[in-house]
Design a protein around this ligand. Structure first.
Ligand code: UDP
Length: 240
């Protein structure tokens, strides 16, 4: 990469690009879980995540959902708009799994009567605590109106992605999104949409095709991600 490194997270790096206001988002091969306590390098994961994320952002764009995505720029790189990110995460759930089961004593696999949106404060040090809109407003993380917009967009993302995935026999159980402000002032989707931040279950067998394979040591993470890509018709490795 030619540009200066601006930010490095657990799964991605952001570099300055040749165009002001645009960045290069690079996907790493690292898999991490439990706030980075469990970590492993999985060859090919960066490329798979870049391919899947680019595909999802393109389909969302066609459905009228704006994001930071501009275009895929290389095997593990995409060109994105630089957003001013909100320090919150929106989780949408269709089926109970993960933290909501622990928190509310629900059985994994319970189908929710309607999609549920939850709000979290983005802080590794605090393990991303769940918050109410009131916390976000009081501490200046986002206004109630901004959160309402993010939630509305996230529910639309859910409709688009759940439809796409169910068409290839995959249940979209839950996923996490992050939003930011575009240079033109609009609130748009940022970050990534990959099996790292979603729970994806095979509709017929319930087999996990997401990062729970890594979290729970089920083995074959890149095979699972590859299967998601193949089912969606994404050819990995055939990028720019
Ligand atoms: N998630 C994520 N990053 C986070 C927290 C959650 O990508 O920092 C995703 C996670 O992969 C799952 C969904 O959001 O698809 C809901 O996660 P949950 O709250 O159940 O937490 P977890 O079980 O991952 O601790």
């Amino acid at each position: 990469m030619n540009g200066k490194l601006k930010y490095e997270g657990k799964g991605k790096r952001l570099f300055e690009s040749d165009v002001p206001g645009q960045l290069i988002q690079q996907f790493k091969d690292d898999a991490t879980a439990f706030d980075g306590v469990k970590r492993e390098r999985i060859a090919g994961k960066g490329e798979l995540n870049c391919a899947i994320s680019s595909f999802m952002f393109e389909r969302l764009q066609e459905a009228g959902v704006r994001s930071h995505f501009i275009r895929r720029e290389g095997p593990r790189e995409m060109r994105v708009w630089e957003l001013e990110m909100f320090p919150v995460e929106i989780v949408i759930r269709n089926i109970a799994a993960g933290s909501i089961c622990k928190r509310l004593g629900l059985t994994e696999g319970l189908r929710l009567a309607r999609p549920l949106s939850e709000l979290f404060y983005k802080s590794d040090a605090l393990h991303d605590p769940m918050i109410a809109v009131e916390h976000a407003e009081l501490f200046g993380w986002a206004t109630a109106d901004e959160i309402a917009t993010m939630r509305m967009l996230a529910l639309r993302v859910n409709e688009v992605l759940a439809g796409l995935l169910s068409g290839v026999g995959i249940q979209l159980v839950d996923f996490k999104l992050e939003f930011g402000r575009h240079p033109d002032g609009a609130i748009v989707l940022g970050d990534e949409i990959t099996p790292d931040g979603c729970r994806l279950w095979d509709a017929a067998t319930g087999r996990k095709l997401d990062k729970d394979v890594f979290r729970r040591d089920l083995g074959g993470l890149s095979e699972a991600y590859h299967e998601v890509a193949t089912r969606l018709g994404i050819s990995v490795g055939a990028s720019a």
